[in-house]
Design a protein around this ligand. Structure first.
Ligand code: DGY
Length: 324
């Protein structure tokens, strides 16, 4: 029998990290990359010292409360952890760690990508060309919104929002406004010449582009509902790279369908990977499949972060990224 800790990995990881896991642990990998069931998660909690979920693996209370657990740590591959019931994990004396810091720039890049796509109708143009329906250049064809000099409104002003603000302000001359419940670092505000708003509503009303950067979970569920969307300028765009359930999808569909706002760009969805069909019928929305952190370097760095947390846990050292 191996004396190494038993570690369970729920999905396929970058190969270089899987090789390191094989050396350090008695690891079970998911080479087929098949999404696992709640019963499989319960089994893993009963038979492994550490379980490493990703952001799409749901660990609600009933899974975490399974009897006869061997697992002591959920070392999450991802920074967001709203898929794990953190209160239930705490009750069950389960540690949770995550992977902050390493996906900041790549996620901000995707937020900027969606902003540009939505502003300049890039997905719509791509569809038009592919469908061989482009009739040629003309002065009024597919006119769109300027990005340079426009106002970017950030809901949440953590690492990813600040990285997006840097790209938008220093790269595109955008004016930055933000809502953050606690005060932001003055040197960051000065660097971005950013303006703090007193409420989410103020950002919704004032921005040309609203980008969401708050955590998912109960406190932000449907934060962006119909009345919030109704505050936006008719020329404005909504960008969501945070979590799908921060936005009431049906309300967003209504606003886009009736042109109450001009466009939207989404990387995350309520109930993903199942997509509300109403989104697919809209032309004024750009849809990406949760690509925020999906660069080779970032996904490898995320895996390395999980390794560091596991190493620290099994050698009795302080955990670099402990949440619970
Ligand atoms: C995370 O880590 O929470 C991201 O959503 C993954 O891209």
């Amino acid at each position: 029998m191996s004396s190494k800790p038993k570690v369970f990995i729920t999905r396929k990881w970058p190969s270089s990290v899987e090789e390191k896991l094989k050396i350090r642990f008695d690891v079970t990998l998911n080479q087929d990359d098949r999404p696992l069931t709640a019963d499989e998660f319960k089994h893993a909690l009963q038979h492994y010292d550490a379980v490493c979920p990703t952001v799409c693996d749901s660990f609600p209370a009933d899974v975490l409360k399974v009897e006869n657990k061997r697992c002591k740590i959920l070392a999450n591959f991802g920074v967001g952890y709203n898929h794990i019931d953190a209160d239930a994990a705490k009750d069950q004396n389960l540690i949770i760690t995550n992977t902050p810091g390493v996906l900041t720039e790549s996620t901000a890049d995707i937020a900027m990508t969606l902003l540009l796509m939505s502003a300049r109708r890039a997905a719509e143009g791509d569809r038009l060309v592919r469908a061989q329906q482009w009739q040629g250049w003309c002065p009024t064809h597919m006119m769109s919104s300027d990005v340079t000099g426009a106002t970017l409104g950030l809901i949440g002003f953590g690492r990813i929002a600040q990285a997006m603000a840097r790209k938008a302000h220093h790269g595109f001359g955008m004016k930055i406004i933000y809502y953050k419940p606690s005060p932001a670092d003055q040197s960051i505000i000065d660097d971005l010449n950013a303006t703090s708003c007193g409420s989410v509503e103020e950002v919704m009303q004032s921005a040309d582009f609203v980008s969401l950067h708050c955590p998912g979970g109960e406190s932000t569920h449907h934060l962006i509902n119909q009345s919030m969307l109704d505050l936006m300028k008719p020329s404005a765009h909504l960008i969501n790279t945070a979590r799908g359930d921060v936005v009431d999808t049906q309300a967003l569909i209504n606003s886009l369908k009736t042109n109450k706002i001009t466009g939207a760009g989404l990387d995350v969805y309520e109930g993903e990977p199942n997509i509300n069909k109403g989104l697919l019928d809209l032309n004024n929305i750009s849809l990406l499949p949760h690509l925020g952190s999906a660069t080779i370097a970032t996904r490898t760095a995320m895996g390395e972060k999980v390794l560091n947390n596991l190493d620290a846990y099994f050698s009795g050292h302080p955990l670099p990224d402990r949440i619970v």
